[in-house]
Design a protein around this ligand. Structure first.
Ligand SMILES: NC(=O)c1ccc[n+]([C@@H]2O[C@H](COP(=O)([O-])OP(=O)(O)OC[C@H]3O[C@@H](n4cnc5c(N)ncnc54)[C@H](OP(=O)(O)O)[C@@H]3O)[C@@H](O)[C@H]2O)c1
Length: 243
């Protein structure tokens, strides 16, 4: 089955790997960036590029409507490329705004455009302290303070909007810590690592595999349970794009 897909954040670390995966699987991809300068790159990766800011609700609705998507994929964050600790405070605030206000705009645009499914990026290291490995049913750390608190409130907003906006079927991918091309690390982290290609592959599967709900996406590790994605999405952490 081939779908029409609006990929919000096609120019990001996951988006740049996901675009050719979707295109090569036979789907039409309309991929977003805020930057006209990146449109050519998105086109070369297999997307029909669209330049739009998620905070401009009117322009976003127009862009999503004109893509006529069956499925919307949300891979938006606003983090420094190298995760420079000096820039992270401001980046966490910007990203929390994307996850709240930005997701709300994207959900409205997706519903108005007639999309039936929304697949959204979350993270797998925001669970409340408790027994490990954490399953998807474990609570997020809603009592966190400072930057962690801003982060978790953004995630809670994103996940609720994604999962509770009928008639959209919402799928949340709680990614572990990315490594690989275009990320801040060549090597897996010690916590719950995930290669960026395998992260993108999970988004490909999530467009038509698995029920609405939450899936942890990480390599085998002792902190986060990952069986659900393997069983219900048919996901494997070994997927890599050809070099
Ligand atoms: N789970 C994880 O470990 C995880 C998850 C995400 C990111 N990261 C890390 O964070 C770093 C940066 O990530 P990244 O390369 O994906 O870049 P990013 O700057 O976080 O951008 C991600 C995507 O969101 C888009 N975007 C940001 N703000 C937007 C807005 N207001 N409206 C519309 N689109 C907007 C960007 O488009 P533009 O082209 O307009 O900038 C881009 O397509 C990397 O090191 C990455 O590995 C880690």
């Amino acid at each position: 089955m081939s779908y029409r897909i609006f990929l919000a954040g096609a120019s990001g670390a996951i988006g740049r790997r996901l675009t050719p995966i979707l295109h090569n699987a036979g789907h039409y991809v309309c991929g977003s960036t805020r930057s006209k300068a990146k449109a050519g790159t998105l086109r070369s990766l297999g997307a029909d590029p669209v330049v739009v800011d998620v905070f401009d609700a009117t322009a976003l609705s127009r862009a999503v409507a004109s893509a006529r998507p069956d499925i919307v994929i949300h891979q938006l964050t606003d983090l420094p490329r190298d995760l420079d600790p000096r820039e992270m405070g401001a980046a966490i605030i910007r990203t929390a705004r994307i996850r709240g206000e930005g997701t709300r705009n994207l959900v409205r645009a997706a519903i108005a455009a007639g999309a039936h499914r929304l697949v959204a990026q979350s993270i797998a290291w925001a669970y409340a302290p408790g027994a490990e490995p954490h399953a998807e049913t474990d609570p997020l750390d809603a009592g966190a303070e400072g930057d962690d608190g801003i982060n978790v409130q953004g995630l809670i907003a994103l996940e609720e909007l994604t999962l509770k906006s009928p008639p959209l079927d919402g799928v949340i991918l709680r990614y572990g810590q990315l490594y690989g091309p275009g990320t801040s690390s060549d090597q897996p982290s010690n916590y719950a690592p995930i290669h960026v290609d395998a992260a993108a592959y999970a988004a490909l599967l999530a467009i038509d595999h698995g029920d609405t709900g939450i899936y942890n996406i990480a390599q085998s590790n002792r902190h986060i349970a990952t069986e659900k994605a393997r069983v219900e999405l048919g996901w494997t952490p070994d997927f890599r794009l050809p070099a």
